[in-house]
Design a protein around this ligand. Sequence first.
Ligand SMILES: [Zn+2]
Ligand SMILES: [Zn+2]
Length: 270
Amino acid sequence: MAVTDTARLGVIDTHCHLDPKYASKGQPSPAESLARARSVGVVGFVVVGVGERADEARHAVSLAKSEHDVVAAVGVHPHDAKAVDDALFDEIAALCKEERVAAVGEIGLDFHYDWSPRDVQRAVFRRFAQLARALNKPIVIHTREAGQEVLEILEQEGARDVGGVIHCFSEDVPFARRALDLGFDLSFSGIVTFKTAKAVQEAAVFCPRDRLLVETDAPYLAPVPFRGKTCEPAMVVHTARFVAQLRNESEALLAEVTSANARRRFAGLA
Ligand SMILES: [Zn+2]
Ligand SMILES: [Zn+2]
């Protein structure tokens, strides 16, 4: 992969999925992904463990325990909400208590795919939001075509007490304003680099400097110029550069502030 032209910016990827299951599909292993990212100046990783069973969450936690620059976020993605019974909830809840788990998530609503019935998504989202509050850990939000309802549920569940991150931000400035008011930072993925993503780009310019984060959502959503390829955390430096140009800020400043924001939001990031 040609991620070679990068200065060592010191960027933190605040949302990536690194699981051995992807390696079995011909994609890089977690160790390869981490090594390649470190070599281009990625200095921290929030590895997200979700799924219809607890395996990925367990793997994310063990990675966070063995790698000094990794912390985990664990939860149940809205796609898998229908798989949540008391046993799975209890297992994920126990993992959420681990010290190296910095956040609960990704949780939320996805009304684009509707892979789980909407009522089930809502109920599971609320349950995990309540867990996050009980544990006093921030929430990582996934939302697709459900923005207003996600904000309403966060408001009703008192999520302001713990705050969190709107991951893979794909909404607009009015949504950004409400999310920020609720205590949620905005994390921009490769989507912000897409030519058609004007509203997302406006939000990236609007976002206050101390509330801005960058991520890859690897292995999904590779940024320009890698669109269509398997996304890896190393690519976060391209997203950071793009956002810096959008905001008319230096790359060094963008890297510095987003990394400081990430360390403030996710406890345990070195
Ligand atoms: Zn997501
Ligand atoms: Zn994700």
